[in-house]
Write a protein that binds this ligand. Structure first.
Ligand code: PEP
Length: 275
């Protein structure tokens, strides 16, 4: 069943077959001016140009989106925002809509990052509205979910992930899933240097895929790209990418340096590519 926002994604679903294309995304958080963005792209361009084994996305601050989109085009990198508001426009001081993001040339947005949930009152319900707004404007959404340390230690990981998926993805039709990517980001691993082991991450990814199979459909679950995020570095990406349900990474700190980000992008040739 197609609704008003589905037309953007007709045909896109066939581009994401069950052999899922890997995606490496960098989340710059509140780092980098426009000048620093330019310096990053000058350095990263020769290191990642021509990469075809994975999609590459960078999410700079809002203020650098347009310049990043200009610079990224010839390198084959896509640009994403780190957040958006669910309304198209209005009296929402300080907020940025999907339409405004789209105008910069960005084609992705992160939704529901744990820092937004922890520090800015993001809820599963606001995540759900933001996903709808992103899709309506033709933006792909990287939807973040993940448990806190306390939730993991008290055995609530699966319940939390299931709740975030059920509520966050509520009301979406099957075709609307082609531009959606889920990022599993255990909160205890973000910016802490404490990565989930490949086995722990795989277990969570497998669980997430199973949930999506139940909530939406097995076909959507098979085609859904699930990224891992949480202290991903050049020296741990390969083990993570070897897991069958890990389709890429959302990288914070290590995406700020062109060389370390490029090393992560080249996860499959890590031994050969010492940047
Ligand atoms: C993130 O910002 O999504 C993230 C995973 O950060 P880091 O890689 O620094 O842990």
């Amino acid at each position: 069943m197609w609704n008003s926002r589905s037309h953007f994604w007709k045909g896109v679903s066939s581009l994401i077959p069950n052999n899922r294309k890997a995606l490496i995304a960098g989340n710059w958080k509140m780092y980098k001016t426009i000048a620093e963005t330019e310096a990053f792209f000058t350095e990263v361009a020769p290191l990642v140009k021509g990469v075809t084994h994975c999609e590459v996305v960078i999410a700079p601050p809002f203020t650098a989106l347009r310049r990043a989109a200009e610079l990224a085009e010839s390198v084959g990198i896509s640009i994403g925002a780190q957040d958006l508001h669910w309304e198209k426009e209005g009296a929402w001081t300080g907020a940025i809509s999907a339409t405004i993001i789209r105008e910069t040339g960005a084609t992705f947005t992160i939704v529901g990052h744990s820092e937004r949930r922890q520090f800015f009152g993001e809820t599963d319900q606001s995540v759900n509205k933001k996903i709808g707004a992103a899709l309506s404007a033709g933006l792909r959404a990287i939807v973040c979910i993940g448990e806190t340390l306390q939730e993991r230690e008290t055995g609530q990981t699966e319940a939390v992930l299931n709740r975030q998926l059920v509520n966050g993805l509520a009301g979406l039709t099957e075709p609307e899933f082609s531009p959606i990517i889920v990022a599993y980001e255990p909160v205890w691993a973000i910016g802490t240097g404490r990565t989930a082991t490949p086995e722990i991450a795989q277990q969570a990814h497998c669980f997430i895929r199973g949930c999506v199979g139940q909530i939406v459909s097995p076909t959507v679950a098979r085609g859904l790209r699930i990224l891992y995020g949480g202290s991903v570095k050049p020296d741990n990406i390969r083990g993570l990418m070897e897991q069958p349900d890990i389709d890429g990474a959302l990288v914070g700190g290590a995406s700020l340096q062109a060389k370390s980000f490029a090393s992560i992008v080249h996860y499959q040739v890590m031994e050969a590519a010492k940047f």
